[in-house]
Ligand binder design. Structure first.
Ligand SMILES: NC(=O)c1ccc[n+]([C@@H]2O[C@H](COP(=O)([O-])OP(=O)(O)OC[C@H]3O[C@@H](n4cnc5c(N)ncnc54)[C@H](OP(=O)(O)O)[C@@H]3O)[C@@H](O)[C@H]2O)c1
Ligand SMILES: *[C@@H]1O[C@H](CO)[C@@H](O)[C@H](O)[C@H]1NC(C)=O
Ligand SMILES: *[C@H]1O[C@H](CO)[C@@H](O)[C@H](O)[C@H]1NC(C)=O
Ligand SMILES: CC(=O)N[C@H]1CO[C@H](CO)[C@@H](O)[C@@H]1O
Length: 338
């Protein structure tokens, strides 16, 4: 230690290697950080007059909302905490005086509440151009909703399925309706069983919150890809994205694994280096919402504003279809087009 210190204090920037070593070190760290941050949405076009519905107005949802406001859209933010959300949106209004944004109540843990939300949108709007199914929960303890479903499954998957179906008439009324679902890398560790794709009643006593999250996000991906085929004769597209690993939202900080102080101290520097900021995490959804060239692209999975590989056997096979039809019956729907 003493040796290093004396080296440092004696270092003459023109005679010692230290400045170069430090500069290279900083360069390597920043290169890693930039690489892990992913790319910005390559499209910068305006979407004036378009109506956007997004679930969840904090974290990544807040960043998506802000950007789409700056592109001229009218954004309806569906949130379970109106007051908190309104306070956040004040920030947007201060930064973007022309922002057109409103808040409406939704609780994705209750189908009744969700239906009330959809009704209010249908009453007030004739079209919806973009629906972004962004809200989600992660690593929550086992819990059943009032509707009797495991909470990750209902919040992340079933509710967004239902919302997409209820708003479909408005999406069809837009010239190029777009449904954007937010999944996660974690879909890769999810398992969907063809005999019981929704895992109903399978959790207790073997419940693990990580499996529940991964399962719900794999359902999102599979159902989205199947839905694209169901909607192929309409102007409505449906694509799925993953934000990547994002720090600084409630997603990880509120999850039980991050509660321990030592976990924070150990992980924060790594999170800063290896994970995306919420703004970076929002880029792929923004790209899917605004890119003109994606008008007819449907049923794809995107990461870092680029098409990502999916497991074709899983997504195009029987499983996705079975999941889709079981989801319809779990939601007591005859078909996706009501
Ligand atoms: N952060 C990551 O590393 C990461 C990685 C992969 C995927 N994702 C996905 O990206 C999306 C956004 O995540 P985030 O990082 O921004 O997390 P976040 O900060 O926790 O935001 C989640 C949002 O979901 C909303 N929400 C949760 N439960 C709800 C309910 N019952 N009813 C209505 N809204 C509810 C919250 O609304 P309130 O504001 O009203 O509480 C919040 O706006 C999620 O789908 C998540 O799974 C995130
Ligand atoms: C679709 O738009 C037309 C007018 O452009 C309107 O009359 C109709 O009610 C809209 N449909 C829905 C489901 O709102
Ligand atoms: C996303 O895509 C379609 C749109 O309706 C739906 O079937 C699917 O379940 C949705 N994803 C979610 C969030 O589950
Ligand atoms: C089933 C499936 O296609 N899973 C995908 C989940 O996400 C990862 C990475 O984001 C993909 O590589 C998998 O193919």
């Amino acid at each position: 230690m003493d040796e290093i210190q004396s080296h440092l204090s004696n270092a003459d920037p023109f005679q010692s290697w230290w400045p170069f070593i430090i500069a290279i070190g900083v360069g390597v760290v920043m290169t890693i950080k930039n690489f892990m941050g992913g790319q910005n949405s390559p499209s910068t076009n305006q979407i004036n007059g378009q109506i956007v519905v997004i679930t969840g107005g904090s974290g990544i949802g807040f960043e998506i909302t802000k950007e789409l406001c700056s592109r001229g859209a009218h954004v309806i933010v569906a949130t379970k905490d109106i007051k908190k959300c309104q306070e956040k949106l004040e920030i947007i209004k201060r930064q973007i005086p022309s922002a057109s944004v409103e808040v409406r109540h939704i609780d994705l843990k209750s189908f009744d509440c969700l239906k009330r939300f959809a009704k209010s949108v249908i009453k007030d709007f004739e079209k919806v151009d973009i629906l972004i199914n962004n809200a989600g929960i992660i690593f929550n303890p086992f819990d059943k909703t009032v509707d009797g479903f495991e909470s990750h499954l209902q919040v992340n998957y079933l509710s967004h399925f239902l919302l997409s179906s209820l708003l479909l008439p408005l999406l069809k009324n837009a010239t190029n309706g777009r449904i954007i679902n937010v999944s996660a890398h974690a879909n890769a560790s999810g398992k969907v069983n063809i005999d019981d794709p929704l895992n109903i009643g399978q959790w207790a006593p073997a419940f693990h919150h990580r499996d529940a999250f991964a399962h719900s996000k794999l359902c999102v991906l599979l159902a989205s890809i199947h839905l694209a085929t169901v909607l192929k004769d309409t102007h409505v597209t449906v694509n799925t994205c993953t934000p990547g690993l994002v720090r600084g939202t409630d997603h990880l900080s509120k999850s039980p694994i991050m509660n321990a102080m030592c976990a924070k101290v150990i992980t924060y520097p790594w999170m800063w280096l290896l994970m995306k900021s919420p703004t970076q995490g929002a880029q792929t959804a923004i790209y899917l919402a605004t890119e003109p060239n994606l008008k007819t692209v449907s049923g794809q999975y995107f990461n870092d504003c680029e098409k990502a590989e999916i497991n074709k056997d899983l997504c195009d096979g029987e499983l996705a279809g079975v999941l889709f039809s079981r989801t319809l019956s779990a939601l007591k729907m005859d078909s996706f087009h009501q």
